[in-house]
Design a protein around this ligand. Structure first.
Ligand SMILES: NC(=O)c1ccc[n+]([C@@H]2O[C@H](COP(=O)([O-])OP(=O)(O)OC[C@H]3O[C@@H](n4cnc5c(N)ncnc54)[C@H](OP(=O)(O)O)[C@@H]3O)[C@@H](O)[C@H]2O)c1
Length: 380
């Protein structure tokens, strides 16, 4: 993988020219689309029987009021994309969903116009193609399309805005934590986040912004070293998971790839009496919290809050799953207004081209691969 330069915006590409695969403009059913040079064909990366591959598709011949076309600017690779490739994701299928792009055709999507910079909210029910493509095409009614594309303020850089979707999920978790605690900030609370991946880093930045004193734990020292080198967290905020951790935290957010028994056992050691354990990382049907007989998969997906006891310690377990439109709106505001509290762009480790993506995905799904930070696909 090689580092590449900053992405260009759609309007910086001379005259918004069609991609090299184009032969002529797509037809439209209504609206002012005459100046939009859509191609006859476009490429996207799809999950094929022999792994991720670049596939060519015909561009839809008719663009109508129920269609939105977005030209991706930056698209993040998420852990869940890798889980989907490895067939380890059973409930949702969201391959290529961390999308920042520019609207090329808005149809009648409520509040959306051609030229808007938008982030995609995958929790809204619309039909869609993969964001890992030269174009991203979504279909739905005008209200759903309006909600599925969140407008991004022009002041916020693309490198920050591409984190809008993963940060909205992290925001939803922190908002749920405050709801469970019945408080409006995390001031004077000690919060532990377990798993210093991209989710853990975003959760920690949000908790800090809300006043918490945060410790970010990880199993592997190299990942903590990456965050230290980037200057996102100070040394005293980063800590290795060790099995003798004394309690002392008012809330613990478990944010590892899956919520393994070893992670949950460490999390429960960290908890103060009456504290809250937030379930953020992946869970599978039937997963239980060892010793406390709680179905963590159901608790997480239903966003339930349940009481638990472990080795005589009483605490609560709270679920969090996905994000709401309000989380996207708040994150867009936070990235613009408190840019220095959220140096999320420093998490980007590589920018790659779409043509490089299948090989990069194959590399990332190898069990021995160690990759830190966020890899983003540059649209143009
Ligand atoms: N609740 C929600 O709404 C929501 C939304 C989005 C994502 N998620 C979940 O968040 C998870 C993490 O996402 P991410 O983007 O942070 O992934 P990531 O960047 O790949 O990070 C994965 C983290 O998990 C840790 N980990 C993996 N296996 C472990 C083990 N056996 N023991 C201890 N730590 C282990 C890794 O530590 P090492 O450095 O030691 O490998 C790393 O810190 C995803 O898998 C997804 O399920 C939840």
């Amino acid at each position: 993988m090689r580092e590449v330069t900053s992405p260009k915006r759609f309007d910086e590409v001379a005259g918004s020219q069609p991609s090299p695969t184009a032969t002529s403009a797509a037809r439209v059913e209504s609206g002012d689309n005459s100046a939009t040079p859509f191609p006859e064909k476009y490429k996207s990366v799809e999950i094929c029987p022999d792994g991720p591959s670049l596939v060519e598709h015909p561009f839809p011949h008719l663009l109508d009021d129920n269609t939105v076309v977005v030209k991706p600017i930056l698209v993040g690779i998420c852990r869940s994309d890798l889980k989907e490739l490895m067939r380890a994701r059973t409930v949702r299928h969201d391959f290529g969903h961390e999308i920042l792009g520019e609207v090329g055709w808005a149809g009648r999507a409520l509040g959306l116009e051609r030229g808007d910079t938008v982030c995609f909210d995958p929790h809204v029910g619309v039909e869609r193609t993969s964001g890992f493509g030269e174009y991203f095409i979504a279909r739905g009614d005008s209200e759903a399309l309006g909600r599925a594309f969140v407008k991004i303020p022009s002041e916020t850089s693309a490198e920050k805005s591409v984190f809008c979707e993963p940060m909205a999920c992290a925001h939803h978790c922190v908002a749920n934590l405050m709801r469970y605690l019945k408080c409006e900030s995390l001031a004077n609370l000690r919060v532990a986040v377990i798993g210093a991946g991209n989710a853990g880093a975003l959760l920690s930045l949000l908790a800090k912004h809300l006043g918490a004193s945060v410790t970010l734990f990880n199993r592997n020292a190299a990942r903590l070293e990456f965050l230290k080198r980037k200057g996102i967290f100070s040394t005293h905020e980063l800590c290795l998971i060790d099995r003798r951790r004394p309690p002392g935290f008012d809330a613990v957010i478990a944010a590892t790839t899956f919520l393994y028994p070893s992670v949950l056992s460490f999390a429960m050691q960290c908890l103060n009496k009456e504290a809250i354990l937030m379930l953020y990382g992946g869970t599978r049907e039937g997963d239980l919290l060892a010793g406390a007989v709680i179905n963590i998969d159901q608790t997480r997906r239903r966003e339930a809050l349940v009481s638990a006891t472990w080795l005589g310690k009483q605490f609560r377990v709270g679920g969090t799953y996905g994000a709401l439109s309000i989380d996207f709106a708040r994150v867009a505001h936070l990235l613009k207004t408190y840019a220095s509290d959220f140096p999320v762009e420093l998490l980007i480790s590589h920018q790659i081209l779409l043509a490089e993506l299948p090989e990069v995905l194959r590399f990332l799904t190898k069990p021995e691969t160690q990759q830190y930070g966020k890899i983003v696909v540059r649209g143009f």
